[in-house]
Write a protein that binds this ligand. Structure first.
Ligand code: GLP
Length: 262
């Protein structure tokens, strides 16, 4: 696992955008896994800026969302299909249909989950999965005690997650109780993973994910099994890490190597 600790949240946005841009430069029709929530928004905005300034062409990528609420009416401003249309598809200039989201409005939710897995497989699989992390260590909506080998499925949201996400709804009681989420095993199939976190409220979750034991109590810790994970955090989110000096040493050494190669 590569851990990059940067001074500010704005630095996290820039570095995460660099990782995505490098992937898209390697493969213009990259399949991107995209998270919602606040954590990746700055990254999306920086990518949109680069696209706008002609530094990057994102128009050939396609995207798969991590998750979606169950039962929100189509077009509800807080549903992830709407959020990704607003924050990503439109600013990136993606044609319709290029951002797919699990369909939480279908009567047969099990089928919706299977169809979603099939769509990911048909696309050739996710090249780069962008993740945030919940304060309780969830990724996607895989709450603590999620099976480490789970696939896309219906999940009940924890009280903490519903509280954390109440800010996106007029009334906290409107936060849905259930969601569809890619499973932990689905996420592990992405070829690369980029996790971003900012702020002290993420410090415990980041420490447990990166340095704690692999445990269903911290679903993000399953990423320790993945071969190509980059974690980009600001100092506040890194506050609980024990090995920050080591991560900085590794990052500096790699920077020096890249300069020597150039
Ligand atoms: C949300 C989303 C996750 C997100 C996480 C953290 O509920 N389902 O995909 O990464 O929780 O959210 P935030 O980035 O707003 O802190």
């Amino acid at each position: 696992m590569e851990v990059i600790v940067l001074p500010t949240a704005a630095d996290v946005d820039m570095r995460a955008a660099d990782v995505v841009a490098a992937q898209v430069s390697r493969r213009s029709d990259t399949v991107l896994g995209v998270a919602t929530g606040s954590s990746p928004l700055g990254t999306y905005r920086e990518l949109a800026r680069r696209q706008h300034e002609g530094e990057l062409d994102l128009t050939r990528i396609s995207c798969f969302a991590l998750d979606e609420y169950v039962g929100l009416p189509v077009g509800h401003p807080a549903c992830y299909a709407s959020v990704l249309e607003r924050e990503l598809a439109r600013p990136f200039g993606l044609p319709k249909g290029r951002v797919r989201v699990p369909d939480g409005s279908r009567p047969d939710l099990e089928r919706a989950c299977c169809d979603y897995e099939e769509a990911i497989a048909r696309s050739g699989g996710i090249d780069l999965q962008i993740l945030g992390i919940g304060a309780n260590g969830h990724i996607g909506f895989n709450e603590p005690t999620s099976s480490l080998s789970s696939r896309t499925r219906v999940k009940a949201l924890s009280a903490q997650t519903r509280l954390d996400n109440a800010r996106f709804f007029d009334d906290p009681a409107d936060v849905p109780t259930h969601c569809l989420t890619q499973g932990l095993d689905t996420i592990l199939e992405a070829r690369r993973v980029l996790l971003v976190a900012q702020g002290e409220h993420k410090a415990d979750a980041v420490a447990a994910a990166v340095e704690g034991p692999v445990s269903a109590m911290c679903p993000a810790s399953v990423l320790q099994f993945h071969r190509a994970v980059t974690v980009v955090v600001d100092e506040a989110a890194a506050a609980g890490l024990a090995l920050t000096d080591y991560y900085r040493f590794v990052a500096d050494a790699e920077h020096r190597l890249r300069q020597e190669d150039a």
